[in-house]
Design a binder for this molecule. Structure first.
Ligand SMILES: [Zn+2]
Length: 245
């Protein structure tokens, strides 16, 4: 179950499925990523508060450059720069990693046995590419993970109520899952997709059994989260952050 907590009176969202992992999804109040210059000092303040919360130095709060691709990297101590990276695996206890979102699906994966984790950015393109599954495949190959030990939390995303897609995107998303599944809705001849559900099905398909699914739609809950569609292309982002203990 997802629940709201506060750091210095600023709301964050957490999943009780990830209780042994330091983590959170930021909200508008706890924002740490924006291209808006007027938010710069607030973001610096929030970042330093998160570093204190996670018990790390600001040099070790790292964030890759996301491109809606399918490249998956492993965080390395001392390395801050990760180009063209939409999923990152964390195996050290020194760094905290965050990725940024405004409608796309944030997914946190935690292997409770190997004590490693990952953050995944799955927009519709990443979802078509099955980026969450590919991240798990990399965790299996490189770190001996087993999907049955992996717990997943799927965070705030634009939902079926608001995420209208075209026929071409519909076909691509549909091809990424088993044909019996229908995480789509047709209303007034328009097609709407449930990105959380599609990622949920992909995670089940690879053998993840414990998946926490967040109820928030970023567009409907725009007072809490950022929505690229609702806000006509905002540069503000909410983030998913993880730190191993
Ligand atoms: Zn909605």
């Amino acid at each position: 179950m997802f629940y709201i907590e506060e750091i210095n009176n600023k709301k964050i969202l957490k999943s009780d499925y990830l209780k042994n992992l330091k983590h959170c999804f930021t909200t508008r109040e706890s924002v740490i990523r924006s291209a808006d210059a007027t938010l710069k000092s607030q973001i610096e303040q929030n970042k330093s508060e998160f570093c204190e919360y996670f018990g790390i130095s600001t040099d070790n709060l790292i964030c890759p450059t996301q491109t809606h691709g399918c490249n998956i990297e492993i965080a390395k101590i001392g390395q801050r720069d990760y180009q063209n990276t939409d999923a990152i695996i964390l195996t050290n206890k020194v760094q905290a990693v965050f990725l940024n979102f405004a409608d796309c699906t944030p997914i946190i994966l935690y292997d409770t046995k190997e004590n490693i984790c990952a953050v995944v950015h799955a927009g519709w393109r990443g979802t078509v590419e099955k980026i969450a599954q590919k991240t798990i495949e990399k965790m299996i190959k490189e770190f001996n993970s087993s999907p049955s030990n992996i717990v997943a939390a799927i965070g705030p995303t634009i939902d079926e109520c608001c995420f209208e897609i075209g026929e071409d995107v519909y076909k691509m998303l549909k091809s990424s899952i088993n044909e019996q599944e229908t995480p789509f809705k047709i209303k007034n001849e328009k097609i709407f997709a449930n990105l959380k559900k599609i990622n949920y099905i992909q995670l089940l398909d690879i053998g993840v059994e414990k998946i926490d699914l967040c109820n928030y739609c970023t567009s409907c809950s725009n007072e809490l989260f950022f929505s690229y569609r609702k806000e006509n292309g905002t540069t503000n982002r909410h983030s998913a952050i993880v730190k191993l203990v």
